[in-house]
Design a protein around this ligand. Structure first.
Ligand code: FES
Ligand code: FE2
Ligand code: FE2
Length: 491
């Protein structure tokens, strides 16, 4: 079932634009035409440039503004289509015209912000950006022509012109999507590893010259990557920021200090050494920051975690509700033991189904039991175990994603005839997915859960067993689960 014809053709088409080197000449000519007047005007132009980039806003402005023409011109197209189908009204024609005018105003603003951003991209992205601009400019010209034609009462031609404009906008939008989602233009490019979580020595202070950025590296073992950090000594203080520029990944350690800012060598964003935020663009996004301390003449750094980070640090561990259970209630199994035992049961169920001959009627019943146990397992983890373990393990969000994967794969498998080779194929994939998920829980999350302490884990174990029992024997829960499984089977 492969339906990638469109995507492949579009990819090939965009690839040709990316390789069209002759586009560079007009591209650089346009850049110069934008840059020179701005350089002559100086500070006021730089302020306008920052406003167009969205430096003070915290996000690029361009993607927000493009929604105006997309929304309004699509509305106008819809109204025109209704008119073409015979639903004519003066109100609808007037509304379409207003929508086209509002969209055109939005398109002009989007073009200004787009141009401001585009002048800082190069190579293949500059070429695609240029074509994106030309196509969208054509869309605007056609729409303005349509407004003129409608004003002179030539509705039919006006509708054709704006429909052609809409088609150009769709092509332009696709190219814009390619630049953002494929080429990552406009997205945060900084390394945001949470490491080091605790102070780590990185360099003797004596090796750090005043106002001379210096790169050090720390290791993130989870992602198996070295993360660059730039140190700047200035006025008796040492500052530390992420070395990879959030704008497009420029090497800040090769930049220079200007006032209290570190300047990126690629496009000149100035990052405040104190806060990491860009004082001037094109960047819109702050650099990762590190706390700095000196111990025996050595610079030590620790990552300053950001709002919303779900990172387990010494502080979060200290705040976690560990060993909340009063002493003397130590009976029962720990949560991880309950879950491992249930993993084993689920693994045995897989083996039993795989060993059952294809044509045997009990295969369907066994599959339903497996589906039911998987549902119960995910339910008790999602409701009891994961929330409890979240403060001490970073694995929870990915575990939620894997649960969703398993549910999707289970749904696909349940729909199949248990005697078919396709079912075997899907069962094997589901088995591998469950093995991977349960295995990573056992290797990582359950180990980290030990930080909650014995008493808390036993308390959770009791809660898990109680909920498992309730799910298995509760009349309502069983009926609801059975209904769900039947619906998934398509019966
Ligand atoms: S990469 Fe563009 S300003 Fe740093
Ligand atoms: Fe799980
Ligand atoms: Fe599990």
């Amino acid at each position: 079932m492969k339906r990638r014809g469109f995507a492949k053709a579009a990819n090939a088409g965009i690839g040709r634009i990316e390789g069209a080197v002759p586009l560079d000449r007009p591209g650089y000519a346009i850049e110069t035409a934008i840059a020179r007047p701005a350089q002559i005007a100086g500070r006021p132009a730089a302020k306008i440039g920052d406003a167009l980039h969205g430096t003070g806003f915290g996000h690029p402005i361009h993607p927000m503004l493009v929604t105006i023409p997309i929304g309004t011109w699509t509305l106008a197209l819809g109204l025109d289509l209704l008119a073409a189908l015979g639903y004519r009204s003066r109100g609808a024609a007037a509304a379409a015209e207003i929508a086209l005018k509002a969209g055109s105003a939005g398109a002009v603003a989007a073009a200004a912000t787009g141009l401001a951003d585009w002048q800082h991209v190069n190579g293949r992205d500059r070429r695609v950006g240029l074509v994106h601009g030309i196509v969208n400019g054509t869309a605007l010209a056609l729409t303005l022509a349509s407004i003129g034609l409608r004003g002179r009462g030539r509705l039919r031609e006006g509708r054709l012109a704006s429909a052609a404009g809409w088609a150009c906008m769709a092509v332009g939008g696709y190219l814009g999507g390619h630049m953002v989602y494929r080429r990552r233009i406009g997205v945060d490019q900084a390394d945001r590893s949470p490491e080091p979580r605790d102070f780590k020595p990185v360099l003797p202070l004596a090796e750090l010259a005043e106002n001379r950025p210096r790169r050090v590296e720390i290791r993130d073992e989870d992602t198996r990557q070295d993360i660059g950090v730039v140190l700047v000594r200035r006025g008796g203080r040492v500052h530390a920021l992420g070395a990879r520029c959030s704008h497009m990944g420029g090497p800040l350690d090769q930049g220079w200090v200007l006032g209290n800012a570190l300047v990126c060598p690629w496009h000149g964003s100035r990052y405040d050494l104190e806060t990491g935020w860009p004082d001037t663009g094109p960047s819109t996004c702050p650099q990762p920051r590190y706390e700095v301390r000196l111990r025996d003449g050595i610079v030590e750094i620790r990552r300053e975690q950001e709002p919303g980070d779900e990172v387990v640090t010494a502080e979060t561990l200290a705040a976690a509700p560990c060993n909340a259970q009063p002493a003397g209630t130590q009976a029962g199994r720990k949560a991880d033991e309950v879950l491992v035992e249930h993993h084993q049961l689920i693994r045995r169920l897989f083996e039993t189904i795989e060993a059952t001959p294809r044509q045997a009627s009990e295969r369907r019943e066994l599959m339903r039991t497996l589906a039911s146990e998987l549902e119960i397992h995910e339910h008790i983890e999602d409701h009891i175990f994961y929330p409890a373990v979240r403060p001490v393990s970073e694995d929870v969000s990915i575990a939620h994603s894997e649960h969703r994967q398993l549910a999707d794969l289970l749904a696909m498998t349940l729909k199949l005839d248990t005697a078919s080779p396709e079912f075997d194929e899907h069962l094997r994939a589901l088995h591998a997915a469950v093995d991977h998920h349960a295995g990573s829980e056992e290797r990582s999350m359950f180990r980290e859960a030990q930080r909650l302490g014995d008493a808390r884990l036993r308390e959770l174990g009791r809660a898990l067993e109680a909920m498992m029992e309730e799910q298995r024997v509760g009349r309502f829960q069983r009926a609801f689960r059975d209904l769900k499984i039947r619906l998934l089977e398509g019966a």
